[in-house]
Design a protein around this ligand. Structure first.
Ligand SMILES: Nc1ncnc2c1ncn2[C@@H]1O[C@H](COP(=O)(O)OP(=O)(O)OP(=O)(O)O)[C@@H](O)[C@H]1O
Ligand SMILES: [Mg+2]
Length: 269
């Protein structure tokens, strides 16, 4: 099922700036079924706002989001959302957390237990089914959150910097583990990240947003099959192109603010 985002516009009223502030202006793109798209952009440009609108949690001021031929106007089961910090109920075991969405949908106990255990198997967390969230690591919590999202069988997975709070090695491991799950399920994924290396390691396609107000500044296809070598010259070339784009966006903001207009650095944002 194709996801079609057309002409999204969103502004917020800002107490400090005393008027409405545009977060996104005219954001449009199409994601074919099964594609893994990474969204990258300067801090505060509107990435989370974009995901919240696609999930139906936030309404755009203008524009439409179509999943297949159905317009998204509120939260739907077909769209799963994975947050930066995994949201798990501390008083429930991992398997009972994973069952939660199915329980809310009224599924019978045995059926939902079987589905929850299968989802935990998929993310390689079956052995921790009876642990409580406080007893497992940060990476495992994100795996549990992934199992929670997958168990209700969404068509699209939205992920907002899901690995940002993990240490570098766990993050690398989680990226590879997530790719393994994605290759088995082939969900459509929209993955927001600040990390250019993460985007080029994971994505089939990378959408680069401009500084706020965000619009699509650049779209890149990464035609390199998985598993990818993080240090390969091909990935580095794409990485460099994105870093240059982000540096130019930062420069634009600085010029507007009249600050540091001579600085050209390529450090990751
Ligand atoms: N509920 C809200 N009320 C007012 N302003 C908001 C609200 N949500 C977002 N904004 C503003 O919209 C802009 C985009 O915010 P958003 O959180 O989408 O950015 P982001 O790209 O996800 O940032 P980050 O990279 O820091 O996660 C910011 O200027 C933010 O202050
Ligand atoms: Mg954000």
């Amino acid at each position: 099922m194709e996801l079609r985002v057309s002409g999204l516009h969103k502004s917020f009223s800002s107490a400090s700036e005393g008027e409405r502030v545009d977060a996104l202006i005219d954001v449009s793109f199409v994601v074919p079924e099964g594609r893994f798209v990474c969204v990258i952009g300067p801090s505060g440009c509107g990435k989370t706002t974009l995901l919240r609108m696609i999930s139906g949690l936030e309404k755009p001021d203008r524009g439409t989001i179509l999943l297949g031929d159905r317009e998204i106007t509120g939260p739907v089961r077909e769209v799963g959302y994975i947050f930066q910090e995994p949201v798990l109920l501390p008083w429930r075991t991992i398997v009972r957390n994973v069952e939660f969405g199915l329980e809310m949908a009224g599924m019978a106990k045995q059926e939902r237990r079987e589905k929850a255990l299968a989802a935990l198997e998929l993310v390689e967390l079956r052995d921790f089914a009876d642990f409580y969230p406080k007893e497992i690591s940060g990476g495992m919590k994100q795996k549990a959150a992934l199992a929670m999202a997958l168990v209700v069988e969404p068509k699209v997975l939205l992920m907002d910097e899901p690995f940002v709070s993990l240490d570098c090695q766990t993050r690398n491991y989680m990226q590879a583990a997530f790719l393994g799950v994605w290759e088995k399920t082939r969900k459509t994924v929209i993955f927001v990240t600040h990390n250019v290396e993460e985007a080029v390691f994971l994505g089939d396609e990378i959408i680069c947003l401009t500084s706020r107000p965000a619009e699509v500044g650049k779209r890149l296809r990464v035609g390199i099959p998985h598993p990818r070598d993080r240090t390969s010259p091909e990935l580095n070339l794409i990485r460099k192109e994105i870093l240059l784009f982000l540096a130019a966006e930062r420069e634009k903001t600085r010029s507007v603010n009249g600050m540091f207009t001579h600085v050209h650095d390529l450090s990751e944002v």
